[in-house]
Design a protein around this ligand. Structure first.
Ligand code: F6R
Length: 601
């Protein structure tokens, strides 16, 4: 979703902010803009389309010391130049960029209009610029603006990270974090502001994640953070250990392909230090009391999209391996669905970014009802990691492609480790060799590329499975549809004959995920039902199971314990989706209409 990148310091501020902004492109956006303060006043440049179009439209050698740049993912108003950020007040004294949503913007806009303000955009953000204009006295200093931003938290409903430059102080950026992430960077040449760490990697040496309610005044020499209660916050700088390649494609055609190839590393890292030589899993970051409660309490897995599909996996694992009452819910439904959680429940919230608004709202609701919350999350310092009672970090590294791949792999690995800690015995032998099974899948990429050649013109796919394979089917269908725009549906295989079979004909490809022994014959029959209606059938098959008679194509998978097979199967199916999308010429890393880190409900 929207991205903020700001720089103040001795380097060319506009060029530096734009370089950082390019690193936030992965979040998904449809227009971009930049503002900088000079001795002559505020300059704003914006355009619909790509950051590179914006850069091309800028003059070289702009001599500014502070600049804020923004990528906008349209919510209020079309993706036009007028609606792109930064937005200004009536007197062009400020320029404001904003991430999040101001929910009561319509009421505020009407009031501001009555008081004589003129609006030039349809955005919710512009109300913030006009409110600042009303509240900041002439001759005020940057810390006065910080106080004005704090006061906005009383009037604005919703989530907002705001960055402001003001013509009165061309050497400063002032910002506020309120339920939308903001990170600071310290570089040798100055200071940076960003929505996410990739914008800082390779440009700043240290980072500092602001807390909700913090305001900050950044100058080339100083960073002053003030907490919501008005007290100064002591510096919390942490070294940035990730190198630039983690935010670059490193020779791969797309981030998605690079990240699929990083799956073995994601598995190894997620298990590092958590497996003892006897195959026991030790998750020292989770208090014993939490693990105990997971063993006897009611466990809920709550998340969105791909992470929800990891939740379906968790539900299955806790039910079938541990005999626990377990449930998976989509976060946006959980919150408003009178969830049956109480003091005896553990709610496991799964998220790559840790900033997904629906998941954060679900975490709050779970806490309100007295449940213990555990985050399974990839981004260190994210809101979810900090909100939950305990956090189990997945260690997939930065995921830049909008379609989640290695993060899902790491989520399943972490959930398998969690299940093992809670008493699931069937995994401990195979967890240590999971990463090499994934490597074996990657070495078979040529075969997957060939299958993609054969399938990429198809207009409709069904993904079928039973048990864990049904959860993997849901994820496989999501992956294909989001990056190739092919219609894809997932069903538990036995459900096809209750309706969807009516859609099967020669134009449909049915992908049967067959990694489960006890229902394999039933799965074979279900694929036969599709084949009998002329459907093309691709069996994605564990290598020790018999080939289904219905299969027109087969892709074999190395065998590990059944509850770990989704990781192996999904690596193959991520690659299949990737190569199909590539052959169709799709914008793989930034699919249309989608955003990484969905910070609105
Ligand atoms: C799909 C995808 C999304 C995310 C979802 C949740 O490939 O990436 O469905 O999984 O938006 O995001 P996080 O995991 O950041 O909470």
């Amino acid at each position: 979703m929207c991205g903020i990148a700001g720089y103040v310091g001795r380097r060319d501020a506009v060029a530096t902010a734009m370089e950082s902004l390019l690193r936030l492109e992965y979040r998904g956006y449809d227009s971009a803009g930049v503002a900088y303060a000079t001795d002559r006043g505020i300059e704003v440049h914006r355009c619909p389309g790509k950051v590179r179009d914006l850069i091309a439209s800028l003059e070289e050698g702009i001599n500014a010391q502070a600049a804020i740049a923004h990528t906008r993912w349209a919510t209020h108003g079309a993706p036009t130049e007028r609606n792109a950020h930064p937005h200004q007040d009536c007197s062009n004294r400020f320029a404001v960029v904003h991430n999040g949503i101001i929910e009561n913007h319509a009421v505020l806009r009407a009031q501001l209009r009555e008081r004589g303000h003129t609006f030039t955009s349809e955005t919710d953000t512009e109300v913030a610029a006009h409110l600042i204009e009303e509240r900041l006295a002439p001759g005020a200093a940057p810390h006065d603006l910080a106080r004005v931003l704090q006061s906005l938290m009383e009037d604005l409903n919703g989530s907002f990270a705001l960055g402001v430059v003001c013509r009165d102080w061309p050497e400063s950026i002032v910002a506020l974090r309120h339920e939308s992430p903001l990170i600071l960077g310290r570089a040798r040449t100055g200071h940076m502001l960003a929505s996410d760490l990739p914008a800082l990697i390779g440009r700043a040496e240290e980072s500092w994640v602001l807390e909700d309610g913090d305001t900050v005044v950044l100058t080339p020499y100083d960073v002053v953070v003030t907490a919501r209660d008005g007290r100064p916050r002591a510096p919390g700088w942490e070294p940035i250990t990730l190198d630039a390649t983690s935010a670059e494609r490193a020779g791969y055609e797309h981030f998605m392909l690079k990240e699929i190839h990083e799956a073995p590393a994601a598995v190894r890292e997620t298990l590092r230090g958590r497996l003892d030589p006897d195959g026991r899993v030790v998750l020292s970051e989770l208090p014993d009391a939490v693990i105990e409660r997971m063993k006897w309490g009611h466990v809920h897995f709550v998340a969105c999209g791909t992470a929800y599909h990891a939740g379906l996996y968790g539900q299955r694992l806790f039910r079938s391996c541990l005999g626990r009452r377990a449930e998976a819910s989509v976060a946006s439904e959980f919150r408003y669905d009178e969830p049956l959680v109480d003091h005896d429940s553990v709610v496991v919230l799964i998220s790559q970014s840790g900033e997904t608004a629906d998941t954060l709202a679900a975490a709050k609701e779970a806490k309100r009802r007295g449940a213990t919350t555990v985050a399974v999350v990839n981004c260190v310092g994210s809101s979810l990691a900090r909100t939950a009672d305990a956090a189990l970090m997945t260690r997939a590294g930065p995921e830049i492609g909008v379609a989640s791949t290695k993060a899902y792999t790491a989520q399943i690995t972490a959930l398998a480790a969690l299940g093992t800690t809670c008493g699931c015995e069937c995994l401990s032998e195979d967890l240590p060799r999971l990463a090499s099974a994934v490597e074996t899948v990657l070495t078979g990429e040529d075969r997957i590329r060939d299958l993609a050649e054969a399938l990429y013109r198809q207009q409709c796919f069904f993904f079928l499975g039973r048990g864990y394979d049904a959860a993997a089917a849901a994820e496989a269908a999501l992956k294909l549809k989001e990056i190739s725009y092919i219609h894809a549906e997932a069903y538990p295989a036995g459900e096809m004959k209750h309706g969807p079979l009516a859609l099967i004909d020669a134009s449909v490809t049915v992908v049967g995920i067959c990694t489960r022994s006890d229902t394999h014959l039933k799965m074979c029959s279900n694929l036969m039902e599709a084949r009998a209606r002329d459907g093309r059938v691709l069996a994605v098959l564990r290598d020790d199971l018999p080939v289904p008679e219905a299969a027109t194509d087969v892709l074999t998978l190395p065998s590990v314990a059944e509850p770990l097979m989704p990781v192996v199967a999904m690596t193959a199916l991520q690659l299949l989706a990737y190569h199909i999308a590539r052959l169709r010429g799709c914008a793989i890393d930034q699919p249309r209409n989608l955003a990484k880190s969905v910070t609105v409900e």
